[in-house]
Design a binder for this molecule. Structure first.
Ligand code: BGC
Length: 392
């Protein structure tokens, strides 16, 4: 990942001066080993941890905002729990720093496991560091070190999102050569991650795309089968809870009619919002023999009706922060609304000359200019804040 100036500042801030709220958090860390029961909704008893990496990004962003009212609102974003993306081997350091800073006993640290060989096979913006075939490196230099850190911190609770987009791509993009080449590595890599990370202080969710992806009537069954195979190949791990949906996505939780309900194609997709998707796909998962509870990303879905097409995914223009993490979803199958994508980090560059330029990031509904995926986009952060619903 391209390291922006802001993220260097952010790292320095974490290393040198932990905010006082963080050091007092450290004092309230659990005094005994955490044991999570994945047959229950752990988000009922744990709050998603506002990690210090996103806190530092947001505080640096707030410091750049001259309007004091808006800057004060920006600072509040730092207190929102969100997932920490371990998107490279080097970024496993973020996890080390976070556990060293201390996670309060009633908080759960959210991590995104995201470094499969041949990552992002149907797009370009998030192509990763490992090439197809580097599965051994994925296992020994990426998954195993994360396992060691989690084992070394038995008093901390962890919620994991496993490999966004990977298995959904195998279901719907099997005609893409890069996805064909990646398929066996994805399947074995995801099963290895699920098996190795099956630790008492962990609860795991495997990524299931969103309603506009595996939600198509014809995709529900093959999608559920693909995910259930991974779960079974991992030995049906006890700490496995279900799926993550809408990660880095834009879909509404319960808009009626759904955002794309008037499209002629809508007749082929009954999952017109994420609530319907979690329900329909959840039923397909149950039939396929897999735990089916869900967490849903509401980080950037505050405003809907912005995309020209359902499949548009890059830096959607006009978006706003959505509902804050909560276990009050109103649907038993949905454990929690979470912030998966850290709002303010880009989905992909709009620089047409970049190696990872993806045409979706140049579409008319994509915000431009935007930096490389994962890098901070100050202007976009400000717009998410101004358009936040509920507001800050
Ligand atoms: C990027 C990652 C980044 C993540 C969260 C992904 O699109 O590829 O590098 O960590 O988004 O911002």
């Amino acid at each position: 990942m391209k390291t922006s100036f802001t993220s260097l500042l952010a790292l320095a801030a974490v290393a040198t001066a932990l905010p006082s709220s963080e050091s007092s958090h450290a004092k309230r860390a659990c005094s005994s080993a955490v044991s999570l029961d994945a047959s229950t909704n752990v988000f009922k008893s744990y709050t998603l941890h506002p990690n210090s990496f996103y806190r530092a990004e947001v505080e640096a962003a707030a410091a750049q905002i001259s309007d004091s009212t808006l800057a004060a609102k920006a600072k509040k974003v730092a207190d929102v729990g969100s997932f920490l993306w371990l998107d490279t081997i080097a970024n496993i350091d973020k996890l080390k720093k976070e556990v060293a800073a201390g996670v309060p006993c009633n908080n759960i640290l959210g991590l995104v496991i995201y470094d499969l060989p041949g990552r992002d096979c149907a797009a370009k913006a998030s192509n990763g560091e490992l090439a197809v075939g580097e599965l051994n490196k994925y296992k020994t230099q990426y998954i195993d070190p994360i396992v060691s850190i989690i084992k070394a911190n038995p008093n901390t609770a962890f919620a994991l999102i496993i490999e966004p987009d990977s298995l959904p791509n195998l279901v719907t993009n099997a005609n893409v050569a890069a996805c064909q080449a990646s398929a066996s590595g994805y399947r074995e890599g995801v099963a290895y991650a699920l098996k190795s990370l099956n630790l008492k202080n962990v609860v795991m969710y495997i990524d299931a795309g969103h309603g506009g992806w595996l939600g198509w009537n014809d995709n529900l069954k093959p999608g559920a089968q693909e995910l259930a195979n991974a779960y079974k190949n991992a030995g049906s791990p006890s700490q496995f809870r279900g799926i993550s949906t809408n990660i880095a996505g834009w879909n509404s939780w319960d808009a009626e009619p759904g955002e794309f309900a008037s499209d002629p194609d809508a007749q082929y997709n009954a999952a017109q919002n994420e609530k319907k998707y979690v329900t329909l796909f959840g039923a397909a998962l149950a039939s396929a023999g897999m735990p089916n509870h869900a967490i849903v990303d509401t980080g950037r879905n505050g405003v809907i009706g912005l995309r020209e097409e359902w499949g548009h995914w890059c830096n959607v223009n006009g978006a706003g922060f959505g509902v804050r993490p909560t276990s009050n979803t109103g649907l038993e199958l949905a454990d929690a609304f979470v912030w998966g994508k850290p709002g303010g980090e880009s989905d992909g560059t709009s620089d047409t000359s970049a190696t990872r330029y993806d045409s979706f990031c140049g579409m008319s509904d994509a915000y431009k200019p935007s930096p490389e995926a994962g890098s901070w986009n100050q202007d976009y952060f400000v717009k998410l804040l101004q358009n936040a619903k509920p507001s800050f």
